[in-house]
Design a protein around this ligand. Sequence first.
Ligand SMILES: O=c1[nH]cnc2c1ncn2[C@H]1C[C@H](O)[C@@H](COP(=O)(O)OP(=O)(O)O)O1
Length: 242
Amino acid sequence: MPKGSSESETNGGKDPASLRDGYRTTFEQNLTYSVPDDEKKDFVPVTLEVASTEYKSYMHAVHGMIYCFGECILWDRYKQSGQILMQMRCDGMVGFPGGLMDQDYDEPIVDCLNREMAEEINLDLEKYKFLQSDYLLSHVNHRKKLVTHFYIHQVTEVEIREIEFSTLKAKDWGHETFGTIRVPLFAMDDGFRGFPVFLANRFAGNARDQLLQGIVKCGLLSQKECDVYVKSFEEYIKRPHT
Ligand SMILES: O=c1[nH]cnc2c1ncn2[C@H]1C[C@H](O)[C@@H](COP(=O)(O)OP(=O)(O)O)O1
């Protein structure tokens, strides 16, 4: 192992927990840990109209899915009919690019989404701006007083690669976002690795549900195919982990 790269050398021999406390402020050290996840049952579908009137005082978040069609075969074996971009967030969860809307401004939801897209993934808004017609759905979470809005935007195979390459120059890259990732839309021979295992990640907010609904809406998978993958995912998470 090269010098300076062993756990004891890089951590100065301290255990990871004490090291972590060293980086945290006194305020943070007084916080107790709680389960960070949102629960699917807490997110109830709501129309855009109701979300923007009855729940105007709630926090509003908007996220967007960029996707393309184009057949891709992995190892001459696993076929997927297109690509979807998500991102690894700095909190370790998987989500879509986007963010919370500033409640002090009456900014249109789609404008906020485009601003977040530029900040988080350096999306070229001259070419790939999200439009209101890309709107898919909204959910309300009363426990968190949060409304989530979701848009999906189609690009070409060539364009998605260009978008992926330019994410490294995003303002938020390496801070809020640790990079875009592609969603595997197939299952390997064991029936788990691929999309079912991907679904076992921790997702921010209701991103998993948005992903599943977005996939069916854009036609990358049928509802029936999605249901089979979800069943495998549910079986997979019950398996003992090594
Ligand atoms: O991809 C997502 N889909 C649905 N809800 C999401 C997603 N990512 C985050 N969230 C939820 C979780 C939080 O309660 C809010 C705001 O999250 P975030 O994107 O981290 O917002 P800021 O960057 O802090 O503005 O939405």
